[in-house]
Design a protein around this ligand. Structure first.
Ligand code: IMP
Length: 479
């Protein structure tokens, strides 16, 4: 790179044609990405290159391929997207001349140990969205030229096309097909299916099913040294950021389990602050239960085909709603009204996060067939008067809007000072009566959902997440 003028264009065109050739081949994704990383490193006469993808919540970056970098550098820990060269994720090109002094480098000491001085990072953009980035590292201090930047952007574009085309992203396809309201349900971003063992892939499917965030092999822990050189390392299979937990899966071979146990004991001695678990198949099912999916005890809830919102997603949403409501009613008092029974989980969680004084009242209604047509009837009315008070009607789900319309008319007749509506779920697509909703948790597709208070014929209310009832469950009932 230093003062060799014409060589650059030669290097670039050679590297680009090499990358285009491999990208257009039938080689596996892993191989293609490796060639891209290598050609990029060589063309830029750099020390190394890494290709990274963002995780589903766009919080972390994971290396999916690299060249010229040590395992310890690549597995230095989770790379937080907002801490490590954050501007790249806004679509910008970032050039760092001295990694030891730049705040945008998340692990400066590891970069130092790797003798990295300058870094160039560019976004990988797919359909106008940043999905990851490519970074190039040099040992010598370097000022990256416009030509260097343009070349790396071309590399990123080739990578984006390869990743898009690759068929090893079934999870993305499934999630896009199944989830029609993708802006409400964060879609699972493409993740490289470059797992060392099929059990890891299986574990990932399970984590994705429950929408538990994961990172694959983000960190290596040195275990043994000889004369300053690392002679033994341990790289746990997964890191689950929400649980701050490393997970190592075991195969069924006892000999391997014993060896892993030894390494794990050693790791715990050296890194007592690290939370790590060695899991066999039945263990990881227990882990899921501990995480909040207690009633399961098995991989899938009978009758639930997929999880729409995890316990954590609901919790976050409820907190956000409560914050907004507390802000809007600041200095006032509020009467919360819920209709039994579906709203119990939502209402009790919501009120615990409200910072304004409140009272709570419940109504119960029943739908029953009158002489000519089905009618809705109030079977339990309010205990307290709402006249002249600020009222918030809290609903679990609004579907056609008929129930809510009926109840709102009933409440308006009592002349409250104000009357607003908050619903956790909104099946807007099915609306028959146009009702204005002031606070909505999630908009959901036209599917029958259960859990977190919502039932199907009295069942499933106790599930700590919201899931879609499987067609078999209907058939079982009806058949
Ligand atoms: P609406 O009167 O059509 O708006 O229906 C609202 C009521 O229907 C809710 O309070 C629920 O009791 C029930 N409901 C509608 N959709 C679902 C669902 O997907 N799961 C469970 N209950 C539902």
């Amino acid at each position: 790179m230093k003062g060799r003028g014409n060589h650059y264009s030669y290097n670039y065109s050679k590297a680009l044609s090499e990358m285009a050739r491999i990208a257009n081949s039938t080689q596996p994704l892993k191989k293609i990405l490796k060639v891209i990383a290598k050609s990029t490193t060589k063309a830029l006469k750099a020390a190394g290159c890494s290709i990274m993808l963002l995780n589903s919540h766009r919080e972390y970056l994971s290396h999916i391929s690299a060249y010229g970098l040590s395992d310890l550098f690549l597995r230095k820990g989770s790379i937080q997207a907002h801490k490590s060269l954050p501007e790249v994720l806004e679509g910008k090109v970032v050039a760092i001349s001295d990694a030891s002094k730049d705040k945008r480098v998340q692990y400066p000491e590891v970069a130092g140990a790797e003798k990295i001085t300058s870094i160039l990072g560019v976004p990988i953009i797919q359909r106008e969205e940043v999905i990851g980035e490519i970074r190039v590292y040099t040992h010598e201090p370097h000022r990256f030229s416009e030509a260097d930047k343009n070349f790396l952007l071309a590399t990123a574009n080739i990578s984006a096309m390869v990743l898009e085309r690759d068929q090893t992203y079934p999870m993305l396809e499934v999630s896009l097909k199944e989830q029609t309201v993708s802006e409400q349900v964060p879609p699972l971003l493409p993740r490289p299916a470059i797992f060392a063992h099929p059990s890891e892939e299986e574990f990932v499917k399970l984590l994705d099913f429950y929408r538990i965030e994961w990172l694959y092999e983000p960190r290596s822990f040195p275990l043994e040294w000889e004369g300053g050189k690392i002679t033994e390392m341990f790289t746990p299979d997964f890191y689950l950021p929400e649980l701050d937990l490393f997970v190592e899966l075991t195969t069924l071979k006892q000999s391997l389990i014993t060896e892993k146990n030894r390494k794990l004991r050693h790791l715990k001695e050296l890194y007592p602050e690290i939370n790590i678990k060695l899991l066999n198949k039945s263990d990881y099912l227990k882990l899921l239960a501990k995480y909040g999916y207690g009633p399961l005890g098995q991989a899938k809830v009978k009758g639930v085909s997929r999880i729409l919102f995890s316990h954590n997603q609901i919790r976050r949403k409820v907190r956000a709603l409560a914050k907004q409501i507390s802000h809007d009613y600041e200095g006032g008092q509020l009467v919360l009204i819920g209709i039994l029974k579906g709203v119990v989980c939502f209402l009790t969680d919501l009120m615990q996060h409200l910072s304004i004084p409140i009272t709570v009242d419940f109504m119960a209604i029943s739908y029953y067939s009158g002489d000519r047509e089905p009618i809705v009837k109030i079977t339990k009315d309010l205990d307290e008067s709402i006249t002249g008070r600020d009222v918030l009607m809290v609903e679990d789900i609004v579907d056609t809007g008929m129930t809510l319309n009926y109840v709102l008319n009933h409440l308006r007749a009592h002349n409250p000072a104000s009357l607003r509506v908050c619903t956790l779920l909104d099946k807007k697509i099915r609306r028959l009566i146009d009702i204005s909703i002031d606070y909505t948790g999630f908009e959901i597709p036209d599917e029958f959902v259960v859990g977190y208070g919502l039932d199907y014929r009295g069942e499933y209310r106790n599930l700590p997440f919201i899931g879609v009832l499987s067609p078999e469950a209907f058939e079982r009932e009806e058949g």
